[in-house]
Design a protein around this ligand. Structure first.
Ligand SMILES: Nc1ncnc2c1ncn2[C@@H]1O[C@H](COP(=O)(O)OP(=O)(O)O)[C@@H](O)[C@H]1O
Ligand SMILES: [Mg+2]
Length: 276
């Protein structure tokens, strides 16, 4: 494992004031060596040894584990149909796991509904249908705050700071926005719950390389506010570059797990999954 601090590179913008400045998301302490101080009792969120599928269908996941530590970005890559989205849904409680468990901050939440997981602090942006297209941008953000009984205007202001274009377009129907802007709405909506952990399924799907870079920068900013991020990415190379931890899934199984850097350097991973 590399000892270099993934936060002391040139990734993104260094402004820590964006999102949740005084909320649950405080940046994690770091040791002198620069390593993120590891949490007592394991990762912040882990879907551990999950086996299961849809309804009465065959198992899609086989003993599959995905996790994210405090203060980190974990990335899941792998071929189409590998079960990446299924693994995310399993962690979010949208799938019955026949064996395995999901722990959030050490608590076993395997039996909780997705709604209860949101209340526990999980934010999830699914791969598809992740916004209300006929509602305005602002209404989408308000919908995101549905579980909150407190005043969420500060959070909305923070989301608008993070994604200024959304403020400009706040009274437009979300369906009129570009692909990259819609993904900002989806991420913004998840942030409205003030999540303790954010799960993103292909946040850069279908956007241009420039917009992808921009979205990755914003995601890094969110991570810097202290919200661990577990995300699935089709753009494996770029995603592993910003990943503290990477998971390569193949046919519902963990094929490779390591730091993003180590996976990028692994000849077999490069050949099979990163195009050489
Ligand atoms: N709602 C569903 N019902 C039944 N099978 C599904 C469903 N969604 C996905 N699958 C199947 O699960 C497998 C993994 O799909 P998915 O998790 O979407 O892969 P990935 O996200 O890695 O592309 C595929 O064989 C797919 O056909
Ligand atoms: Mg998918």
């Amino acid at each position: 494992m590399s000892s270099s601090n993934p936060y002391q590179d040139d990734r993104g913008n260094k402004d820590r004031s964006i999102t949740n400045p005084a909320g649950q998301g405080t940046a994690m302490p770091r040791s002198k060596s620069g390593a993120v101080t590891s949490a007592p009792g394991g990762p912040f969120l882990i879907g551990e040894a999950m086996t299961g599928g849809y309804g009465k269908g065959p198992d899609i996941l086989h003993d599959c584990t995905i996790a994210v530590d405090r203060g980190e970005i974990a990335v899941i890559v792998g071929p189409n149909g590998a079960g990446k989205s299924t693994a995310m849904k399993a962690v979010f409680g949208m799938l019955d796991v026949r064996s395995g468990r999901v722990l959030l901050d050490g608590e076993d939440i395997t039996q909780l509904t997705p709604q209860d997981r949101v209340i526990k602090g999980m934010g999830f942006v699914p791969q598809t249908s992740n916004i209300f297209t006929s509602m305005t941008v602002e209404e989408n953000l308000e919908m995101g705050a549905f579980i909150r009984k407190d005043d969420f205007r500060d959070t909305m202001a923070q989301v608008y700071d993070l994604f200024p274009i959304l403020k400009e377009k706040r009274y437009q129907a979300a369906g009129e926005l570009s692909g990259g802007q819609r993904q900002q709405v989806a991420v913004g909506r998840a942030l409205m719950t003030k999540p303790k952990v954010l799960m993103l399924d292909e946040p850069t799907a279908g956007v241009s390389p420039i917009v992808m870079d921009e979205l990755f920068d914003r995601i890094i900013e969110v991570a810097r506010t202290g919200i661990p991020i577990l995300m699935v990415e089709q753009n494996a190379r770029q995603a592993l570059e910003i990943a503290d931890k990477g998971y390569v899934l193949v046919q519902g199984r963990n094929a490779f797990t390591d730091t993003g850097k180590a996976l990028m350097a692994d000849p077999e991973v490069r050949r099979s999954f990163l195009g050489g």
